[in-house]
Write a protein that binds this ligand. Structure first.
Ligand SMILES: [Zn+2]
Length: 369
């Protein structure tokens, strides 16, 4: 029997103004830090971070070049070595975070993540999406452990455009769909073990929190204020979604998204979580999910303003060849095999086209009867 496996970040801290308590939270991580952040984040938050460390700490800011590519990871690894930094901090969005995790892994140093948006679960996971210099995907790297500390300043998340929070909600929503399939089918999770009861409970909890507090959290974020609803959704997007994904296993919830990234003719590149939302809805169709579940998810997405159809993710231009490109990618991805049925190219295309039609219904304020 395969062993049950569960993993999570070493420590998770979340609250408004917590960036002012960095010294206290990171005391166990040493006294020399390489902070990877975009030039804009260094300008906005660099002084606050350095001030909150105070005297006696070596803080080196390394400006992120914009892509979590092998070249960028090598460059920043070299810089951390040259500066003899004992801990890597990634402060920013998904690509900064993934780069920081990869650099820390190369060096074998502790890793601290300070997410500035809640657009995905990147902050807490033990993997990184690697891109080529031109922005195309170059696969995913997995590491031996999750980040040591994830420090979230809720006010910083609230200050960011609401679109990021919504995308994170879409990324989080995917977890219940893939987790249920993997848990019920005794499939292996991303750690190579079986899901634990705690792991599956986390996926269920994240979905409950989304339905209960997602819409109210959106309004708080629009006003750039921190409320209890927003705190619950920040935790859902960052902590629960990150754990919920790795410790249960994936299916096609991210598969259609990966397929969309294969399209060379996209006029606009949207956020990860926005594509994942439609990818999850297409997965429901692929599974022949109960109408109540479909209605709940489509209604939620339409209510908060998450994508429900191909036009919402700027993919309504797709022709038959494009559908086939995406579907072939979906069929070939290893997590697709976690479905209890064989997925064909034709079925994957049918799922996308049908999910799109159902989405249009909800856009018109109608619903599945
Ligand atoms: Zn994701």
């Amino acid at each position: 029997m395969t062993a049950r496996k569960f993993g999570s970040p070493g420590l998770y801290i979340q609250g408004p103004g917590e960036l002012n308590h960095v010294k206290e939270h990171l005391a166990s991580m040493g006294d020399s830090f390489l902070v990877i952040a975009s030039p804009r984040r260094v300008k906005d938050l660099g002084a606050q971070l350095a001030e909150s460390f105070g005297e006696g700490y070596k803080i080196v800011f390394a400006q992120f070049g914009g892509e979590s590519s092998r070249k960028e990871i090598a460059r920043l690894t070299q810089q951390a070595e040259k500066e003899a930094c004992g801990c890597i901090i990634g402060m920013g969005g998904g690509k900064v975070i993934d780069t920081a995790k990869a650099v820390a892994n190369q060096l074998g140093t502790p890793c601290v993540i300070i997410p500035t948006i809640a657009a995905s679960d990147a902050a807490t996971t033990r993997c990184a999406c690697i891109y080529n210099e031109d922005g195309s995907e170059d696969g995913e790297d997995s590491f031996d452990k999750n980040p040591d500390i994830v420090l979230v300043d809720s006010q910083i998340i609230a200050n960011a455009p609401v679109r990021f929070l919504l995308a994170g909600m879409g990324d989080a929503m995917a977890k219940i769909v893939c987790a249920t399939t993997c848990y019920e089918g005794y499939r292996n999770n991303e750690l190579g073990g079986q899901a634990t009861e705690l792991g599956y409970a986390i996926a269920k909890l994240s979905y409950e929190l989304l339905l209960e507090h997602g819409q109210a959290a959106k309004y708080a974020c629009e006003q750039h204020v921190v409320t209890k609803d927003l705190e619950k959704i920040i935790e859902t997007n960052i902590l629960l979604a990150g754990i919920g994904c790795e410790v249960n296993g994936g299916t096609t919830d991210h598969g259609f998204y990966t397929g969309f990234c294969e399209l060379k003719n996209r006029k606009e590149v949207l956020l990860h979580g926005e594509y994942v939302t439609f990818s999850t809805l297409a997965t429901l169709v692929l599974q022949g999910a109960p109408k109540a579940q479909m209605d709940e998810m489509y209604s939620f997405c339409a209510a908060v303003g998450l994508p429900v159809c191909l036009a919402d993710v700027k993919l309504d231009y797709m022709d038959e060849a494009d559908f086939e490109t995406v579907a072939k990618c979906v069929v070939d991805l290893p997590p697709t095999k976690n479905h209890p049925f064989h997925v064909t190219v034709e079925e994957a295309i049918a799922a996308m086209k049908t999910a799109d039609q159902i989405g249009k219904l909800y856009k018109e304020g109608k619903k599945l009867f």
